[in-house]
Design a protein around this ligand. Sequence first.
Ligand code: FAD
Length: 386
Amino acid sequence: MYRLKVVIIGAGIGGLTAAIALSQSGYEVEVYERAQELRPRGAGISLWSNGVKVLNRFGLGEKIAAIGGQMDYMQYLSTQGEVMNHIQLQPLIDEVGQRPYPVARADLQAMLLEGFGGTVNLGYRCVAVEEHGEQVTAKFENGHEATGDLVIAADGVRSTLREYVLEHKVQPTYRDYVNWNGLVDADEAITPPNTWTIYVGNHQRASMMPVGENRLYFFFDVPLPIGTTAPPDLIRSELAEHFKGWADPVQTLIQRIDPEKTNRLEISDVGPVDRMVRGRVALLGDAAHATCPDLGQGGCQALEDVYMLNHFLVTTNIGVEDALTRYEKARKDRTRSIVEKARNRAEVIHGKDPKITAQWYDQLRQESPSDVTGAIAKTILTGPLH
Ligand SMILES: Cc1cc2nc3c(=O)[nH]c(=O)nc-3n(C[C@H](O)[C@H](O)[C@H](O)COP(=O)(O)OP(=O)(O)OC[C@H]3O[C@@H](n4cnc5c(N)ncnc54)[C@H](O)[C@@H]3O)c2cc1C
């Protein structure tokens, strides 16, 4: 029997999960990654229930639970540490049918690599694809060529293959704020156990959430013009300046960070784009819909992409192109709405219109915890796994 061959470009969350799913479906899978060494981008990630369900589907449920942090509560605090809203997450878990897991990205990457078990070809930068008849060939900078029945372009926010699929260039757009993130040891002086704590004020955020092995994944957000930089030795003083006068736990966190291991990045998103597929090439994850992280959904959408792509490949027997067309149809509107919603939320959080941000702070103080969990549930429940 003919065995479909899939060439995957990019070994991030999307590419590796696609490799796991499609190998489990019995396809021949080759993964190519431009980096010489696999290192996660960023320190942590919160996988909401829709993302976790995809991992469950491919047999990784127990593993993600083992590396995930126990997050039972969420709380919003003012810059001075006054509780604006304290939210129990169990009603959300009951509503959507799965606990979310914040995880360290290195642990997630190790889990996905182990789950795939195959070779990731490192040092292979894809520069082009070429379709010929019922085959497609990915071409690499080092002269290598990989031919298969389809190519999955999971090559991230600065995707090379996006232009081939869209037939025009779409550059990421800076969304006007900088994010710092990293890991520190858990400590009640920073946040209570099992609680995701978010300080908000001055259009900024300081956030800490529990991940496995008794650590906290933290991030700070500050609206800044494009092009600011800071070497590691200035990161602590930069944060101390931006968060001057904020509550003691925020100051403690700034003191505890390891500047050498703190990521500092300008947040950009992409699109929404009007296509995800051309012929036998499918965009997946950030390559199609890099998303502001303000909903915690970018990685989860890459996982939903994998679920649907695998679904159509295994259930459609007309042909690969037909399966890819169905994939695009199933994913385009969903991911468009997530990109737009996340961008809108980024603008509300980071003071694009200060009046709206002030209203959001008031709303946080007044709304019931079930309004907060209801909004999260709506994002999750409008996906394909519910
Ligand atoms: C600060 C921040 C916080 C976030 N928090 C969350 C969160 O809490 N929850 C959530 O769900 N999402 C979150 N996200 C989004 C999430 O990180 C991304 O959506 C996710 O990593 C996308 O995975 P991907 O596989 O599509 O792309 P990537 O992880 O970027 O992987 C792309 C891979 O392709 C490789 N590559 C690129 N070009 C080529 C080429 N030409 N040839 C070969 N290989 C190539 C790259 O080296 C990379 O390894 C966050 C993002 C940011 C920036």
